[in-house]
Ligand binder design. Structure first.
Ligand SMILES: [Fe+2]
Ligand SMILES: [Fe+2]
Length: 217
């Protein structure tokens, strides 16, 4: 991987590389994944649009689920994430339509569905798990946008993925921050560590293809 990184990274700021290295993900996407996911940019943009839409819906759904009597910063975080995600959805849809594609009605993400399957039922555990899953999807998306930005030869797509990078990084951090506000630190850390392991396993089980969370061929 290192050999490819040095070749592809021209134009990607050094601090971004450091931020990617600092992500706690248990597995790393090889640079080879980028060109294979970009083999059909329209399919990738459609998948991406649904990812943004679901991220916005998830934030709005979580908005009224503050776990205690009142959790400061909860509503502000969720509304801010939802606003960002709808803006991303608008951007990705614009790119898609300009390139001759269009949104489809239905969409399945086996990766996100498998992650949601880890969520325990019951008030505190459920909300904590949902925050962890949200943070994981953001962190992995961030890593994937970095690989896409680093490997695409398409300037417009490269700039788009680079622009999304910081936003998704911020979302990953705020979801995790809220998790630490709602439960004892040891409990959150223990669950987060388990979830990180599950995420790497679930991602490794995905089929390759033109999707943001596809497997590696
Ligand atoms: Fe987004
Ligand atoms: Fe996000």
């Amino acid at each position: 991987m290192e050999r490819h990184v040095s070749r592809y990274l021209e134009g990607v700021a050094v601090d971004i590389v450091e931020k990617i290295k600092a992500l706690p993900l248990r597995s790393r996407t090889p640079m080879e994944w980028g060109p294979s996911a970009l083999a059909d940019p329209i399919a990738l943009l459609i998948d991406h649009a649904f990812l943004e839409m679901k991220a916005a819906q998830n934030a709005m759904e979580l908005m009224t689920r503050w776990p205690k009597e009142w959790t400061p910063g909860w509503v502000e975080t969720m509304t801010s994430v939802a606003r960002d995600e709808t803006a991303h959805l608008a951007q990705v849809t614009r790119l898609l339509i300009r390139r001759g594609g269009q949104l489809e009605r239905g969409h399945k993400s086996f990766y996100a569905a498998a992650l949601r399957g880890l969520v325990r039922s019951g008030k505190t555990g459920e909300t904590l798990d949902r925050l962890c899953v949200s943070a994981l999807i953001e962190a992995r998306s961030c890593e994937r946008f970095y690989v896409l930005a680093s490997t695409t030869a398409d300037e417009e797509l490269g700039a788009f993925y680079r622009a999304l990078f910081s936003s998704e990084l911020g979302h990953y951090k705020v979801f995790l921050k809220l998790a630490y506000k709602m439960a004892p630190a040891e409990e959150v850390t223990r669950r987060w560590e388990q979830m990180l392991d599950h995420e790497a396993r679930i991602l490794a089980e995905q089929e390759p293809g033109c999707r943001i969370h596809s497997g590696v061929a």
